[in-house]
Ligand binder design. Structure first.
Ligand SMILES: CC(C)(COP(=O)(O)OP(=O)(O)OC[C@H]1O[C@@H](n2cnc3c(N)ncnc32)[C@H](O)[C@@H]1OP(=O)(O)O)[C@@H](O)C(=O)NCCC(=O)NCCS
Length: 399
């Protein structure tokens, strides 16, 4: 198909175009009208939606969710790319491509230094700088596996919007073990409950409380066709996790199997008498560094390390990243200076690899071992490697 750069304009949508975007989302994602209307009223706002216009008519659209994510204890802004859609009569003309490139400029302006998305194709988004950044362990367990987790002496009760504060404390204590998890505010929790109530059948939320009535863990789940689907499990201790397993076991009359997509470091298999269950590793969301300088300045370096190095990043779609960065690390923080792109550097990698290293999906050591990083001086490289260890990434917000 012919590219239409001459007649195409990419910009924020007008309020009058909201109905068109709704129709586009119904068409491209097969979403029911009721859900699209609810999303438009409760979640979407035109100032986060960009469109590609052909001769003034909307041909494609893309949404940028304003999120904050945890990098361990640190919090940074992240633009969540969603609903990338081009009407079929306008496809393969570069509209999605132009919107993705424009989204980088917008996210940078808004201080969203990372971006994430759930891809329909890894290849499609990789060419614009996003790369695989998350995976989960998918367990298929037998209900009988849970039998050994006896009654913990704690209570269980359904949770709802009144419990958001205590749920969020449990969630935060859990999510801060990871890199990339979303910081949820009151509105996001409320919307989660509203959405479940309105659109999800057989979907429940229960919590477990200790003897002092403190919430120690919670579970979102659904039961369908004798399968118990764990949608989210968060707890503040092993005891709370075991209590939730016992809660699951109380459903042995309703379900035979448990399906659970757990964080990549979850070690439940080690707790079970029979570890012979099905365990799959599932690739998940992609990540992209939007603003390399700010990411380096906000990266949670080990405070015990003091080092300085230069790094060249190759990024054709975000020219502000396509440079050499001089980085001086001390007391857990980095001072970063941007140098010209044509000076030699201690290490060099693509924006995709830097994104994986920055979120912690792979450590610099592994990136080097996979020959994804070029470094002429091996002695220097060994010192720099220690600055970027692998972390466990985990996100359970779907957008
Ligand atoms: C995926 C989608 C947004 C692509 O839109 P588009 O405007 O046709 O994409 P572009 O023309 O900008 O394509 C950019 C490049 O990706 C390639 N591409 C386009 N669609 C592709 C696909 N489905 N699979 C693989 N590559 C694809 C194009 O050929 C082009 O490559 P080129 O620059 O080498 O020519 C569109 O097909 C769509 O709306 N699909 C349904 C909704 C959906 O699945 N969205 C993605 C949600 S994650």
């Amino acid at each position: 198909m012919e590219r239409r750069d001459d007649v195409m304009e990419v910009r924020f949508i007008n309020r009058e175009d909201v109905d068109l975007v709704k129709r586009m989302n119904m068409y491209c994602f097969g979403l029911p009208e009721e859900r699209v209307n609810w999303l438009a009223e409760n979640v979407f706002s035109p100032e986060n939606c960009i469109g590609a216009y052909e001769e003034g008519k909307l041909a494609a659209s893309l949404y940028i969710f304003p999120f904050e994510i945890f990098l361990g204890e640190r919090v940074v802004k992240m633009g969540g790319i969603a609903n990338v859609a081009t009407l079929p009569e306008h496809r393969r003309r570069g509209y999605a491509s132009r919107m993705l490139i424009e989204s980088l400029r917008i996210m940078r302006e808004r201080g969203q230094i990372f971006s994430m998305l759930g891809p329909f194709s890894y290849e499609f988004y990789r060419r614009y700088g996003w790369e695989l950044g998350f995976h989960k362990k998918k367990y298929t367990l037998h209900m009988e596996d849970m039998k050994k987790f006896g009654d913990p002496g704690w209570s269980f009760r359904p949770l709802g919007p009144d419990d958001i504060d205590s749920m969020n404390s449990v969630y935060e204590s859990f999510i801060k073990h990871y890199h990339g998890g979303v910081r949820r505010n009151q509105d996001m929790w409320k919307r989660k409950f509203e959405e479940i109530k309105k659109f999800e059948k057989n979907f429940h939320c229960y919590g477990t409380e200790d003897q002092e009535h403190n919430l120690r863990g919670y579970i979102f789940f659904s039961i369908r066709e004798e399968k118990f689907y764990v949608e989210e499990l968060a707890y503040d201790s092993l005891r709370a996790k075991k209590a939730l397993f016992y809660f699951i076991y109380l459903h042995d009359a309703q379900a035979r199997q448990i399906i659970w997509r757990a964080p990549a470091d979850d070690n439940t298999s080690l707790l079970l008498d029979d570890p012979g269950h099905k365990l799959e590793i599932q690739s998940g969301m992609m990540v992209r560094v939007v603003d390399a300088k700010s990411v380096l300045e906000n990266y949670p370096f080990d405070p015990a390390l003091k080092e300085s190095f230069t790094m060249k990043i190759d990024d054709i779609y975000a020219p502000w990243n396509n440079a050499v960065f001089k980085v001086e690390v001390e007391d857990g923080r980095a001072k970063v200076e941007v140098l010209r792109s044509n000076v030699s550097a201690d290490l060099r990698c693509s924006i995709q690899v830097f994104s994986q290293v920055a979120i912690g999906y792979i450590g610099l050591k592994e990136a080097v071992q996979l020959e994804k990083v070029k470094a002429p001086n091996k002695g220097k490289l060994d010192k720099i490697k220690r600055l970027f260890p692998a972390k466990v990434t985990y996100i359970n917000d779907h957008f």
